[in-house]
Design a protein around this ligand. Structure first.
Ligand SMILES: [Zn+2]
Length: 377
């Protein structure tokens, strides 16, 4: 299995598929899946190419999710090997996307192929949800596929996102959830005037200070067994005309919350509005919700994966919910159990990104064993 994975990973890395370009990766994948009688459906939206491929019928529907796009290479001269050459040196494959996530994408595909070859009449459905824009705007990728599937009433029971989750050694970390992320763009209005005539003006900075104090010290929750407490950070604050004799007319404050499952975006919005009203601030606010939090509690999927990792690596993974957001946030909206597991993330988005050949082989075995655990037992 390892040789097949490595060969496919190299082929994929050689396509320079910087978001949202797919450059032929998904065509290569579908040609392989068609041979095994996967049902192929293309779901392109604007520049983004998406693939929904299925084998089998009925539930459970086990979906492997991943992306073919990569981030830009940065300064090409800093790379020891050309970033789209997929050279193997000392058992490491070098190239943009090697770890994030063409390596694990190859491992998921080969694992699904091997399972289907050995069990052509398997129970349930094995699916692949692949997009060419996860790294950039991600507006026409997985989120649109999920909307389409939900409109049709299609289900995903269990989803494995192949993002590189491992930290020090393969198998040490599984992500079983992610925090939510919401941004507030707040404008507090005052009345502009001359600093020498403050009684004719209203300084929005002065007026906002007690509110900002409360906003930044408020304890949203205490977190829970799976999440750290919700945190709020001010990312930008701006007022003033540049002149030292003008009281500004408006104060702009941008803040972001990384929030856990103890609160919701509605609770956050209500509480901030309440604070603004309490302090009597004239204001307008625009909210931008990038992702709701999700959590997959230990159950059938988590157990199938943990058991498989233990069997193949001898390691018991830690369940974590930290880090940024991922496409898992969209798939969780379908009511699916979602986990993320893949190779080491130490070099992702850096120059000389690389992945271990040995680890990719084991990833494939782990994904394969997870299918066995979910479908055969
Ligand atoms: Zn990724």
């Amino acid at each position: 299995m390892k040789e097949k994975i490595v060969q496919l990973a190299q082929e994929l890395i050689r396509y320079p598929s910087i978001s949202p370009n797919d450059e032929g990766c998904q065509k290569l994948i579908t040609e392989r899946l068609e041979k095994l009688e996967f049902e192929i459906e293309w779901l392109p939206f604007n520049e983004t190419l998406n693939l929904w491929a299925k084998h089998g019928v009925g539930e459970p529907v086990i979906a492997f999710a991943g992306h073919t796009d990569v981030v830009p290479v940065g300064d090409e001269h800093q790379w020891n090997y050309p970033p789209f050459s997929a050279e193997i040196v000392d058992d490491m494959i070098y190239g943009r996307g090697a770890a994030d996530m063409k390596g694990s994408l190859a491992a998921m595909i080969v694992a699904a192929e091997e399972y289907v070859k050995a069990n052509p009449n398997h129970a349930g459905t094995i699916a692949l949800l692949i997009t060419s824009d996860e790294e950039a705007a991600a507006k026409d990728g997985t989120v649109r596929v999920v909307e389409t599937l939900m409109e049709r009433g299609e289900k995903i029971t269990y989803c494995m996102v192949g993002e590189p989750s491992s930290s020090q050694t393969l198998g040490d970390v599984v992500k079983n959830g992610r925090r939510g992320s919401i941004t507030g763009n707040l404008y507090i209005q005052g009345v502009q005037g001359h600093v020498a005539y403050p009684h004719l003006a209203e300084n929005p900075i002065h007026k906002a200070m007690p509110f900002l104090q409360e906003l930044t010290t408020y304890q949203w929750d205490n977190g829970n067994a799976f999440f750290p407490p919700t945190s709020l950070q001010i990312a930008n604050i701006h007022a003033g005309t540049g002149s030292n004799n003008v009281i500004p007319g408006e104060l702009y404050v941008q803040f972001n919350l990384r929030y856990c499952t103890e609160v919701t975006d509605d609770i956050i919005k209500q509480k901030v509005t309440q604070m603004l009203e309490k302090h009597g601030l004239k204001h307008s606010i625009e909210w931008n919700l990038s992702g709701k939090p999700f959590l997959t509690k230990p159950g059938k999927l988590v157990n199938a994966l943990v058991d498989s990792i233990q069997g193949i690596t001898g390691i018991t993974p830690k369940l974590e919910t930290g880090g940024g957001t991922s496409d898992g946030r969209f798939i969780a909206l379908m009511g699916a159990e979602v986990v993320e597991f893949g190779p080491l993330n130490a070099t992702i988005h850096k120059v000389n990104e690389c992945v271990s050949v040995e680890d990719l082989g084991k990833c494939g075995q782990i994904y394969h064993q997870m299918l066995v655990n979910l479908l055969d037992k």
